[in-house]
Design a protein around this ligand. Structure first.
Ligand code: NAP
Ligand code: G4F
Length: 323
């Protein structure tokens, strides 16, 4: 039987890695795009010819029903979201509409138009927020600290609820931070790797950052999309933490990234209050024992290798493009 996957958020970091991975597994891949005034296929240009791209939006349920009716995917990966935590304070309602209610719209569309499809929801370690325990596992209670985190808790529970209410094969991956050279420039890892590249190339001298003390469990996005797929290959749907089990501060990220090109971070990094958040998530570190034992998932890229990969890619990008 042909395996056909629908990916929402295909133009995003994870969407592009997941599309590559599924094409490699022999899937037909349908990618949902929202309307914009210019195309933003930067991350998927290299596989665009192999994809079926269809218009739709998590804010519009009819568009979701239409896509599912027409394409009848066997698997649906819901990666679309307003995914930047800082923006969620400035646009809390939009974040709720997309990142929370968007999940219900998609689950309802599946229930109506493709009830046999297996569903993956992109849940987040941001749900643990002000953490109740260290490390965080599938059993750790939630305490979100941003409108984004609150919206993800809703998306998570509605996925569990539709699984229990309607028998959908719906799984939720509680993924800790995962990064790559395709990460958006506003997230801290990419902001640092790109900032280092601009400094090395003489385009800037300073890099303005917010809280240097917060700690994150950072992995490589290419490893994490494999975990999403593994969840949908299980007979029984469930929820899994995906993480490296190691945590590092933003300060350590800076030390490593600048040292990779023989620079001293302290001479370039400046703390700017504009990048501090109204409420912070101080420490995230995940326990992915269940994903390793039940799914057979493993990471292949550790933190120093990830930072080196991102800095090298950005130095090459800035040298090539001059920006
Ligand atoms: P990303 O790069 O920000 O991509 C988000 C995607 O969602 C983009 O393709 C965006 O389209 C699309 N989108 C936004 N609003 C939409 C709407 N109303 N309708 C349809 N599409 C919409 O995010 P990512 O890092 O790949 O993350 C993928 C998912 O995993 C997100 O749900 C995120 O919240 C979650 N997550 C990420 C991490 C992480 O560390 N990366 C960790 C845990 C969970 P445009 O290109 O048009 O903007
Ligand atoms: O890179 P960040 O913006 O990622 P954050 O907030 O952890 O969220 C990411 O990971 C979540 C999983 O836990 C995803 F669900 C979410 O969609 C997103 O992908 O910030 C990381 C840390 C924060 O503590 C922030 O305060 O870095 C700190 N930070 C310090 N200076 C900064 C900066 N973050 C950003 N974006 N920019 C700064 O200048």
């Amino acid at each position: 039987m042909t395996k056909r996957a629908l990916i929402t958020g295909i133009t995003g970091q994870d969407g592009s890695y997941l599309a590559e991975f599924l094409l490699h597994q022999g899937y037909e891949v349908v990618g949902m795009l929202r309307r914009s005034s210019t195309v933003n296929f930067e991350r998927i240009a290299h596989v665009q010819e192999q994809l079926t791209l269809v218009p739709g939006d998590l804010l519009d349920e009819v568009s979701l029903i239409g896509i599912l009716r027409e394409h009848q995917p066997t698997e649906v990966y819901n990666l679309a979201a307003q995914s930047f935590v800082q923006t969620s304070w400035g646009q809390p309602v939009l974040t709720g509409e997309t990142t929370a209610l968007g999940v219900t719209r998609l689950l309802d569309a599946i229930r109506i138009a493709a009830p046999e499809a297996r569903f993956y929801q992109a849940s987040s370690s941001e749900m643990f927020g002000k953490v109740h325990e260290v490390p965080q596992s599938e059993r750790t209670p939630f305490y979100p600290r941003s409108p984004y985190g609150v919206a993800k808790v809703y998306g998570h529970w509605i996925t569990v609820n539709y699984r229990e209410s309607y028998g959908l094969h719906a799984s939720s991956g509680m993924l800790f931070n995962h990064e790559s050279p395709r990460r958006g420039l506003e997230f801290v890892t990419r902001k640092v790797s790109h900032g280092v590249a601009r400094i090395v190339c003489g385009l800037d001298d300073k890099l303005l950052l917010g809280n240097l003390e917060s700690q994150r469990d950072w992995g490589f996005a290419g490893d994490y999309v494999r975990a999403m797929w593994l969840m949908l290959q299980q007979d029984k749907a469930s929820d899994y933490v995906v993480a490296t089990g190691e945590t590092h501060s933003v300060r350590q990220l800076c030390e490593l990234a600048f040292a990779h090109v023989d620079l001293d971070w302290a001479e370039h990094v400046v703390v700017d209050e504009r990048f501090l958040r109204p409420a912070e998530v101080d420490l995230l570190v995940g326990d992915a024992t269940l994903a390793r034992t039940e799914l057979g998932w493993e990471q292949t890229v550790d933190f120093p290798a990830l930072v080196a990969m991102m800095v090298d890619a950005d130095v090459e990008l800035v040298r090539r493009t001059g920006r």
